[in-house]
Design a protein around this ligand. Structure first.
Ligand code: ADP
Length: 497
């Protein structure tokens, strides 16, 4: 499956040559109990490097470091908004300077194609620069008070919350790390980042870059490990906020565990996005868009359009088109120049996705593209799959699969498709394809989802808020809305005597 493999940069080879440690208080340290775990290249199943496995003791050390970096009069608490802004911008530029190194590490660790990883690195750099602008614009308001016979001056201040734990998944390791770190430090918080156990490398590389850029010690700490490391953070009373992206199942555990000290919680969870194609749509664009919606990032993306609904008159044509697009995708080593789709991230994910495809076949569905068969050989490769003759009660239709699997169901009327599209516990994203502007905006408004795409999919910007309705999450990330989630609002009342 591998051809034209790209040569590793010397800096990547050097990074992979030594076991990776935890970043606590500006220093690289081993886990207190000396435990490590292996991170694996999903294209080859070979171990890339050993990584420190943080226990509750290490989490505690990181919380102490983050707390002392936060509390006034620490250097971080005294840094002016303008200096924070300049620092954020500098970090964005430093990421760009090391972009290829980050992209190679990401592709090796996650499996995604190098080209796709390059795109992710660009987003991370841009995120630092976008939020650099906000650091100097966290404004309050003055509010009139009416107390007879007395004079007051009342105003609000946006202040940092304190110590933020960012817990992230493996599908966009570097950008997800940036999603948590950037708004948190823009607002003056300190951070403990817990990368996913499958993909810790770019977060660790970012940790070094932050130190190189001059971020004070303890402002961002990186603790690598499994779910128990994340759980230790969520339970810790020294943590003031948890920002989590991951499965709805773990999101519910986090919401429950956070209640000990009532820490703030923001959650970006699962999805099962409906993608609706009306008969009057630009079908070429809709077909290409449906394939992108379902197969982008190996289908491992919470906003992927995995449930395709097509108006009956054009159903066969759309299915044929999406099947052809699926077959044209070249699945292979993420590092091979001709791959347009890499492997899934792990053995576990590979077995889960194949299990869903097999289950659909057993339940009577039809495979219109792809296969339920194991690829054979090394690597967690799954062909992009399109499933038809699906019913709403099949697991492949109800569950978030997180793999390159699209189901297609025909519909007749707008009311029928809106009801079907909204018939899910999730509400992260949805899409509509039609040339009728009225239909587009009306149906867009009727869909219960945090993001609605009209005649496009995956179009995005760091300026736009994102998040979920229903069991897809709490709160919004990015844009000005995302920044507010990392602040407390203080009301100050002064009597003018
Ligand atoms: P996925 O299903 O995409 O692997 P998960 O929700 O399992 O996503 O994991 C996302 C992140 O949450 C990972 O960093 C993982 O280690 C962490 N995690 C898993 N279980 C817990 C838990 N109980 N508490 C806190 N973090 C957890």
């Amino acid at each position: 499956m591998t051809t034209n493999t790209i040569t590793l940069l010397p800096s990547v080879e050097a990074f992979l040559a030594t076991p990776k440690q935890l970043l606590i208080n500006g220093e690289w340290v081993d886990a207190k109990d000396g435990k490590t775990f292996a991170t694996v290249n999903p294209s080859t199943e070979k171990v890339l490097v050993q990584v420190a496995q943080a226990s509750a003791m290490d989490v505690d050390r990181a919380v102490v470091a983050a707390r002392s970096a936060f509390e006034s009069p620490s250097p971080w608490s005294k840094m002016s908004p303008r200096d924070r802004s300049h620092l954020l911008w500098r970090i964005g530029d430093l990421i760009d300077e090391s972009a290829e190194e980050f992209a190679q590490l990401e592709s090796l660790d996650n499996g995604k194609t190098l080209e796709s990883a390059r795109g992710d690195v660009g987003v991370a750099a841009e995120l630092f620069r976008y939020f650099a602008g906000w650091a100097t614009k966290m404004e309050g308001t003055t509010i009139p008070m009416s107390v007879p016979g007395r004079d007051f001056h009342a105003y609000t201040r946006r202040e940092a919350i304190g110590v933020v734990a960012g817990i992230v998944p493996w599908n966009f390791p570097l950008t997800m790390a940036a999603f948590k770190i950037v708004p948190a430090i823009t607002a003056g918080n300190t951070v403990i980042l817990k990368p996913a156990e499958q993909t810790p490398l770019t977060a660790l590389r970012l940790g070094q870059l932050l130190l190189d850029a001059g971020l004070p010690a303890g402002v961002v700490n990186v603790v690598t490990g499994f779910g128990d490391t994340g759980a230790a953070l969520v339970e810790h009373h020294g943590v003031d906020k948890v920002a989590f992206t991951g499965s709805t199942e773990v999101g519910k555990k986090i919401a429950a565990a956070a209640s000990g000290n009532l820490k703030k919680v923001s959650l970006e969870l699962g999805g099962k996005a409906p993608n609706i194609i009306f008969a009057d749509a630009d079908l070429d664009a809709a077909i290409a868009g449906a394939a992108l919606a379902g197969y982008f990032n190996e289908g491992q993306c919470c906003v992927n359009g995995s449930r395709l609904y097509v108006q009956r008159g054009v159903f066969d044509r759309v299915v044929e088109g999406v099947a052809a697009a699926a077959k044209a995708i070249k699945v292979g080593d993420g590092f091979a120049a001709d791959s347009t789709m890499g492997p899934l991230v792990s053995q576990e994910q590979y077995e889960k996705v194949l299990g869903y495809i097999r289950g659909a076949v057993e339940a009577g569905a039809t495979i219109s593209a792809g296969s339920a068969d194991a690829a054979g050989g090394n690597g967690y490769f799954v062909q992009p799959t399109l499933i038809t003759s699906v019913t709403e009660d099949m697991a492949v239709q109800t569950d978030e699969i997180f793999g390159p699997v699209i189901t297609a169901i025909p519909f007749d009327t707008e009311d029928e498709v809106v009801a079907a599209a909204n018939n899910t516990v999730y509400g992260l994203a949805a899409g509509v394809w039609t040339k009728d502007i009225g239909t587009a905006h009306r149906v867009g408004a009727r869909l219960r989802a945090g993001t609605v795409w009209l005649n496009t999919w995956h179009a995005d910007d760091v300026t736009l808020p994102r998040g979920g309705y229903k069991q897809s999450g709490w709160g919004r990330e990015l844009g000005s809305f995302g920044l507010e989630d990392y602040t407390e609002l203080k009301t100050v009342i002064a009597e003018l005597r």
